[in-house]
Write a protein that binds this ligand. Structure first.
Ligand code: NAD
Ligand code: AHE
Ligand code: ZN
Length: 370
C-alpha cells in the first residue's frame, strides 16, 4: 500500500474532500501511475452532480490526466517504469471484437468492470481507513497515484509537458476527433458548434484542420466568443440575441442549413436544434455532449427522412494507444494550441474551485498540478 493525496467524491452534489487515501499495488497486467497534472472536464461535474446513471460514490473522479509510470504489475510489457503516459477512459486492447472491427474506438475489453467502478478483477485499488473507494471511468486522475490496466495507457513522448498534454486525455482530442474521425468534415464545409467550452473549442480547431469555410460558434455566454474567434470561428452567435429559434437563425444565415453541426453541451433541446440546423438532404449532426439520466432526444422523423443524419462520438473516435502519441506530436509542433485552453491552474487542495469556475462559465479548462 502507498499513501496518496486525492480528492474524494463522497456523495452527489457534495464538494470533493482532499485527503490521503491508500493505493494498493498494481496486479498482473496493471500499472501504477504518478499523476503529474489533470484537467477538470464537464463530465466530472456531471457525475459529481448525481445525473450520471453510472455514477458511484464514494469515488475518485478525474479522467484527463498526464502521468508517469511508477511501477508495473506482472506481465506488463508495453510500458515501463519512467514512461510518460496519458490514461485512457476508452482503452485499446486490440483483441476484442470492437477493436478488431476497425469500425469503432469503443474497446469493450474492460467496459463492464469500469462501469462498476472497479478494476478488471472486480476489486478496487483505492481505500480510506479500510473503506473501499470506487475508481471512475477507469482512470481516477484526481489522485496523485492511480492504478490502470496496461491496455488503458497511451505511451507518449517524454519531451511533452504533462501539464498541457493532459488535456489530450479527453476534451481536446474529443473535439478534434469528432470532426476528423466521426463527422469527417470536408474542405469548404459550413460548421456550427453548439457550446464553446473545452469540447466545442476543440471542435473549432478540428473544423479549421478540416478546411471548413464557415465555423459558427454558438453559446449563451458571450465571454466564450473571443477565444472561439482566436481559434478559428468565423462567426459567433448568442441565441438570446435572436427572437427566432437558433435552428431557424442558422438556416437563414447559411441558405438552408449547415453541412455539419456538433452539440458540445449535453442539453437534449440543443441536440434537437443542432440536428434541425442541418441542411436538408445532407446535413449531419454529431452529439458529443453527455445528457443526464432520464433525458431523451426527439425530433420529427421527417428531419431524418429528408436526409439529415444524427450521430454521436465518444473520445472523438480516437484509438488512444495508437493515435494519442500522434496528437501529442501535433501539439508539440504547435498545431494544437493547448495553452489557449488552460485558463486556470491550481493545486489539488483548490480542486473545488475548478468546479466553481466551470459552473460560473469563467474557465475553459482548469488544470490541477499535484
Ligand atoms: P463546458 O462546461 O466547458 O462547456 C459547455 C459550454 O456550453 C459553456 O460554454 C456553456 O456556456 C455552453 N452552454 C450551456 N448551455 C447552452 C445552451 N443552451 N446553448 C448554448 N450554449 C450553452 O463543458 P465541456 O467540458 O466543454 O463539455 C461539454 C459536454 O461534452 C459535456 O456534456 C461533457 O460531459 C461532454 N463530453 C463528452 C465527451 C465525449 O466523449 N462524448 C468528452 C468530453 C466531454
Ligand atoms: N456514464 C454515462 C455515460 C457518459 C459518457 O457518455 N461518457 C463518454 C465520455 S465523456 C468524457 O468526458 C464516453 O466515452 N462514453 C462511452 C462509454 O462507453 O461510456 C451514462 O450516461 O451512463
Ligand atoms: Zn471528459
Amino acid at each position: 500500500m502507498i499513501r496518496s493525496r486525492a480528492a474524494v467524491a463522497w456523495g452527489p452534489g457534495q464538494p470533493l474532500e482532499v485527503t490521503e487515501v491508500d493505493v494498493a499495488p498494481p496486479q498482473a497486467g496493471e500499472v501504477l501511475l504518478r499523476v503529474v497534472a489533470t484537467g477538470v472536464c464537464h463530465t466530472d461535474a456531471y457525475t459529481l452532480s448525481g445525473a450520471d446513471p453510472e455514477g458511484l460514490f464514494p469515488a475518485i473522479l478525474g479522467h484527463e490526466g498526464g502521468a508517469i509510470v511508477e511501477a508495473v504489475g506482472e506481465g506488463v510489457s508495453s510500458v515501463a517504469v519512467g514512461d510518460h503516459v496519458i490514461p485512457l477512459y476508452t482503452p485499446e486492447c486490440r483483441r476484442c471484437t470492437f477493436c478488431l472491427s476497425g469500425k469503432t474506438n469503443l474497446c469493450q475489453a474492460i467496459r463492464a468492470t469500469q462501469g462498476r467502478g472497479v478494476m478488471p478483477d472486480g476489486t478496487s485499488r483505492f481505500s480510506r481507513d479500510g473503506r473501499m473507494l470506487h475508481h471512475y471511468m477507469g482512470t481516477s486522475t484526481f489522485s496523485e497515484y492511480t492504478v490502470l490496466p496496461e491496455i488503458a495507457v497511451a505511451k507518449i513522448s517524454k519531451e511533452a509537458p504533462l501539464e498541457q498534454v493532459c488535456l489530450l486525455g479527453c476534451g481536446v482530442t474529443t473535439g478534434i476527433g469528432a470532426v476528423l474521425n466521426t463527422a469527417k468534415v470536408e474542405p469548404g464545409s459550413t460548421v456550427a458548434v453548439f457550446g464553446l467550452g473545452g469540447i466545442g473549442l476543440a471542435v473549432v480547431i478540428g473544423a479549421v484542420m478540416a478546411g471548413a469555410s464557415r465555423i459558427i460558434g454558438i453559446d449563451l455566454n458571450p465571454a466564450k466568443f473571443a477565444i472561439a474567434r482566436q481559434l478559428g470561428a468565423t462567426e459567433c452567435i448568442n441565441p438570446r440575441d435572436h427572437d427566432a429559434p437558433i435552428q431557424q437563425v442558422l438556416i437563414d444565415l447559411t441558405d438552408g442549413g449547415v453541412d455539419y453541426s456538433f452539440e458540445c453541451i449535453g442539453n437534449v433541446d440543443v441536440m434537437r436544434a443542432a440536428l434541425e440546423a442541418c441542411h436538408k438532404g445532407w446535413g449531419e449532426s454529431t452529439i458529443i455532449g453527455v445528457a443526464g439520466a432520464g433525458q431523451e432526444i426527439s425530433t420529427r422523423p421527417f428531419q431524418l427522412v429528408t436526409g439529415r443524419v444524427w450521430r454521436g462520438s465518444a473520445f472523438g473516435g480516437v484509438r488512444g494507444r495508437t493515435e494519442l502519441p500522434l496528437y501529442v506530436e501535433k501539439a508539440q509542433r504547435g498545431e494544437i494550441p493547448l495553452e489557449t485552453f488552460i485558463t486556470h491552474t491550481m493545486g489539488l487542495e483548490d480542486i473545488n474551485r475548478a468546479f466553481e469556475l466551470m459552473h460560473e462559465g469563467s474557465s475553459i479548462r482548469s488544470v490541477i498540478h499535484f
